[in-house]
Design a binder for this molecule. Structure first.
Ligand code: PMP
Length: 999
């Protein structure tokens, strides 16, 4: 090969063979950094076909962005196509093309929506460029031409071994004939590349966050065909390996349409064409396998296509088309708008759907949304019967006859497995629910014909269901009304085709549990296209498909004539919240994640967003005993309902709580002060220290954060030495962070603790009032100090006449697992202990505990008073938190689960070189990311990326540390082993993604 290149092209190169199907391809590199591909054509290849390829590339080099297609290199003889004897001794056609740098899309991860959108744009620009290209050779017969899919499938399908898979393939061939071949006169024609598979598409800028620059290779399958097939072929490959294949394809379609607008008739054929391409591909490869029965490769490589064909079989083609129509900015379900307009125009003609007085007092709103107080989360719902009871009580309490559950409302009640679709729960309600007494008559609101009746018996299903068809006579656009959860009698009373008059009794509200296991109610839904369903229909949709299903099932309010505010779900959107925050909330407040979360519900270690998506909370240490922990909530509610005053009256809660806290700390700590925030606690701790010693200076550790007040900012290098900071005042002595990973004395240095403590000794002069530190550093990057550090440090401080303040605002209350307090892990007792965050599980409570001696010094005539500190409600909350820690054994859990999690993370460290250090104790864990294990160059952009991707995958963690490269893990202490496993497996998959890898 080296000789061929030298003789024909005059280049001195090194050569490496590339994998290819038909041709023989070689990568060719010159010493000066230029790369080429040498293509030796198969014997069967015609010169005209190669000319077609070359001319296409030349055409595209003018009409496409530079570098997106290979260029043809002329030989020393000035030829684009040369001949040379091949291995078989016979002449072969030889070409030299430029090599497209970048990474084939098969090796790019993840395939995000935006990557797929950009890919669609690129293919759109290819279609646009090829519109003006023609070549006689392109009008050829090629078995990869989609036009011929039914014939190709017919020819090879017998080689597909599984009857079931063959059935799918035949179905898709039929679909292509009925949906595509009948419409060809409406499709544009052009030469197409016809093979946008994931080894032919190159991402030219794989390291840029946008990844918008693409290239395309291998023009061997070009053919004159229908232009839209270019898109369909690309989608057929782009949707493989995706959790939601249709949405992946929709992103490609949207990008394509933005550059090369599709006609409606073209959108109609995209789905059947995608499926036909996949079906053709498995049929052809089954045939190829019959020729090479020992080749496992062909079997394995077709698995994703088979999987996609099976999954897509459950999708009605008109639903898929609606998803693509939406991607192109069209009304998803054809005809939906005219139904909506007709319903609006006839809103005064409809009768009631229930036999009750149809006046405003009859109705009340029933909030079933994610954040509804009425509905327990799935983890806390005891039984379906409990839900019935809740609804019953709501009706009783409001005195209404009918409770209305709104249309378009996301709900948590659909988060069981049966509502899972492609990785998402179908949480969004598509009808209106009318909760009322069982047996209430259901009336036809307008004339109609019985379309179908169904008996949907599984638990949490539709139960007995009736569908009526309207406007069959053409008086308006046709549509359907659906009535679900009915009494079983409907199954015998009506039959399809029967005429039903407006006002007629058509059914009765069914009873629990035969109505599908729900509180008695009528689920009423409008349907524009039944998608060939009978007696059943989806009543809820995934958030991603929300808009599409809203088009299939428009708002039924015009028919129901119930005040819209009861019938329609509404919420303040993320965009509105952001806009108001941007105007009225201090701008220096940041928001977590690049795509902010609208969290509306929490339960124990889980958070839910407004659409019912569940997140594993592995970062919030404030909800220490679990978000909205019922025991804490009850204590708060009960005390708040009785008394909420200040501490200048005598109240039992204050002393009960103080005594419980004192039991938890070692002597001589025994005097409490109660305040409202960690900052207040540290601020008070400083005042105590300064008053007691009569000195001002403070020793702080580099990277520390102690709170947001003016003085605490002065003492927090994390802030005052960062952006916007004014540096440390002269009375603050900063010492090195005793970091056993990155610092001067490493983990294997047994004396590291004492060596670092010498910094304290050097800083502790006669002016020093106190040394303040977290016994394990949080914002500093989850730093666990070397053994003996605080022991020596405290001695030095005390030796110089200062006192020691432990800031346990982050780490106290059992988080560290082995001990209740962080300082205990170092075998010391502070003189002043500051507590916050977890102490109130989110309720603003904080405390300072000190020695009688220091408290005495502070008792100097000036009163200390915090208006709400230590109020009866806060104390009730504090007591409940301690109760929960003890009764649930949460400190022990932190140790058990934390140790397990640390071991899993250690395992991950062996697999991913970016993990430099895994550290922590209990459920206080840090994972430090570095680009190089020698230089410890911090992997900060990678850390940022990882945290955001983890959020996308449903796990919340954060980044901290002075170099912004430490993943912080500090979940509520109710975290389980399974939670730990999920966190680590998601982290493992994110760490495999391109942008999480520094090399
Ligand atoms: N000390 C430490 C160690 C902290 O991490 C924080 C808060 N991040 C504070 C004090 C201040 O607590 P708060 O925000 O409740 O005032």
């Amino acid at each position: 090969m080296v000789r061929i290149v030298s003789e024909l092209y005059g280049l001195q190169v090194s050569v490496e063979e590339l994998v290819s199907e038909r041709d023989q391809n070689f990568r060719v590199d010159t010493g000066s950094g230029d790369s080429f591909v040498l293509k030796i054509a198969a014997m069967s290849e015609k010169r005209e076909t190669l000319e077609l390829q070359n001319q296409t590339m030349t055409h595209l080099s003018v009409h496409m962005p530079e570098g997106s297609v290979p260029s043809v290199i002329k030989s020393v003889n000035g030829e684009e196509i040369e001949t040379y004897p091949g291995r078989d001794g016979r002449p072969h056609f030889v070409r030299l093309l430029t090599y497209l740098p970048g990474r084939v899309i098969a090796h790019v991860s993840p395939h995000t929506d935006s990557l797929l959108y950009s890919l669609g744009q690129f293919i759109g620009s290819l279609s646009k460029a090829l519109e003006s290209f023609s070549h006689p050779e392109s009008d050829r017969e090629l078995y990869w031409d989609l036009k011929l899919a039914p014939l190709t499938i017919e020819r090879y399908r017998s080689h597909i071994q599984s009857d079931e898979d063959r059935g799918f393939v035949e179905y898709y061939a039929g679909l292509f004939e009925s949906e595509v071949l009948t419409r060809t006169n409406q499709l544009r024609r052009s030469v197409i590349h016809n093979d946008g598979n994931d080894y032919n598409l190159v991402v030219r800028d794989p390291h840029s966050p946008e990844r918008r620059a693409f290239g395309i290779l291998d023009f061997g399958d070009m053919v004159l065909s229908f232009t839209v097939f270019e898109l369909a072929v690309t989608c057929a490959y782009a949707l493989l390996h995706k959790q939601n294949p249709l949405e992946a394809a929709a992103s490609v379609v949207a990008g394509y349409n933005s550059v090369y607008p599709l006609r409606e008739s073209e959108i109609d054929v995209v789905f059947p064409a995608i499926c036909a391409r996949l079906a053709m591909s498995v049929a052809i490869s089954s045939y190829q396998r019959s020729l090479e029965p020992e080749s496992d490769y062909l079997v394995i490589s077709q698995q994703p296509a088979y999987r996609a064909l099976r999954e897509l079989r459950s999708v009605h083609p008109r639903l898929a088309t609606a998803i693509f129509r939406r991607a192109c900015g069209l009304e998803p379900c054809k005809g939906s708008t005219s139904v909506v307009e007709w319903l609006d125009a006839h809103s005064h003609d409809f009768g009631p759907v229930l036999d009750v007085d149809w006046d405003p007092e009859t109705f009340t709103h029933l909030d079933l949304s994610i954040g509804s107080l009425l509905v327990p989360t799935p983890e806390s719902l005891e039984s379906d019967a409990q839900f019935s009871q809740i609804v019953h009580e709501h009706l009783k309490a409001t005195g209404a006859r009918v409770a209305v559950g709104p249309y378009d409302e996301p709900r948590l009640i659909y988060t069981t497995d049966q509502y899972l679709k492609w990785g998402e729960h179908r949480t969004v309600h598509l009808g209106v629910d009318l909760f009322t007494e069982e047996g209430t008559s259901v009336l036809a609101p307008l004339d109609g014909v019985v379309h179908s009746i169904g008996d949907n018996r599984s638990s949490r299903d539709n139960g007995p269901t009736l569908v009526l068809e309207h406007n069959r006579d053409g008086a308006g656009p046709p549509f359907f009304t659906l009535y679900a959860h009915l009494d079983r009698s409907v199954l015998d009373g009506l039959s399809p085709g029967m005429f039903v008059k407006k006002g007629a009794v058509i059914a009765h509200v069914g009873k629990y549990p035969e109505n599908g296991g729900w509180p008695p109610h009528l689920h009423f839904q409008i349907v524009v296209d039944m998608l060939d369903e009978e007696g059943d229909y989806p009543g809820v949709a995934t958030p991603r498909e929300r808009e599409v299903w809203r088009s299939f099932c428009p708002d039924p309010t015009p028919v129901l004539q119930i005040p819209p505010e009861l019938c329609r779900y509404s919420e303040v959107s993320e965009a509105e919240i952001l806009a108001v925050r941007n105007e009225h909330i201090g701008w220096s407040l940041s928001i977590s994640y690049d795509r902010p979360l609208k969290i509306v519900r929490g339960y124990m270690q889980y958070l839910y967003d407004n659409l019912g998506r569940k997140y594993l909370d592995a970062v919030n240490n404030v909800p220490h005993v679990g978000h909205s922990n019922p025991v804490v909530v009850k204590a708060l509610q009960e005390q708040a309902a009785v008394l909420y005053t200040n501490t200048r009256y005598l109240h039992e809660n204050l002393i009960r709580y103080a005594k419980r806290l004192i039991e938890k700390v070692p002597p001589p700590l025994k005097v409490c002060f109660f305040v409202n925030s960690g900052s207040e606690a540290n601020e008070l701790a400083l005042r105590l220290a300064r008053t007691h010693t009569g000195r001002r200076d403070i020793i702080v550790i580099d990277g520390a954060y102690h709170g947001n007040t003016g003085e605490l900012i002065n003492l927090s290098p994390y802030k005052c030495e960062g952006p916007g900071g004014r540096g440390l005042p002269d009375y603050v002595h900063k010492i090195r962070m005793p970091d056993p990973y990155r610092g001067d004395y490493k983990r294997d240095d047994k004396k590291a603790g004492s060596k670092y403590a010498l910094d304290v000794k050097n800083a502790a002069d006669e002016k020093v009032a106190a040394f303040i530190c977290e016994p394990m550093m949080g914002c500093g990057g989850q730093i666990v100090f070397p053994e003996g550090y605080l022991c020596d440090a405290f001695k030095h401080v005390r030796g110089a006449g200062g006192v020691c303040i432990a800031d346990e605002v982050q780490i106290g209350f059992g988080r560290v697992g082995s001990h209740f307090w962080g300082f205990e892990t170092q075998g010391v007792v502070p003189d002043i202990l500051a507590l916050g965050k977890p102490i109130g599980n989110g309720h603003p409570l904080a405390a300072v505990i000190t020695t009688p001696e220091i408290a005495q010094s502070f008792h100097n005539g000036m009163e200390f008073f915090s208006t709400t500190g230590g109020n009866p409600v806060s104390c009730a909350v504090g007591l409940a938190v301690l109760d929960e820690i003890e009764s649930r054994g949460l400190q022990e859990n932190a140790l058990r689960v934390g140790t397990y999690l640390l071991s899993l993370l250690e395992g991950l460290k062996d697999k991913h070189s970016i993990i430099g250090d895994v550290r922590g104790t209990g459920l206080f864990i840090g994972v430090e990311l570095v680009r190089d294990s020698e230089t410890l160059e911090p992997a900060d952009t990678e850390a940022h990326y990882i945290v955001n991707r983890m959020r996308d995958l449903g796990v919340l963690i954060s980044v901290d540390g002075p170099l912004h490269n430490v993943l912080k893990i500090k979940p509520p202490l109710v975290f389980t082993r399974e939670n730990a496993e999920m966190l680590v497996s998601r982290l493992d998959s994110v760490l495999r993604e391109d942008r999480a890898r520094s090399s």
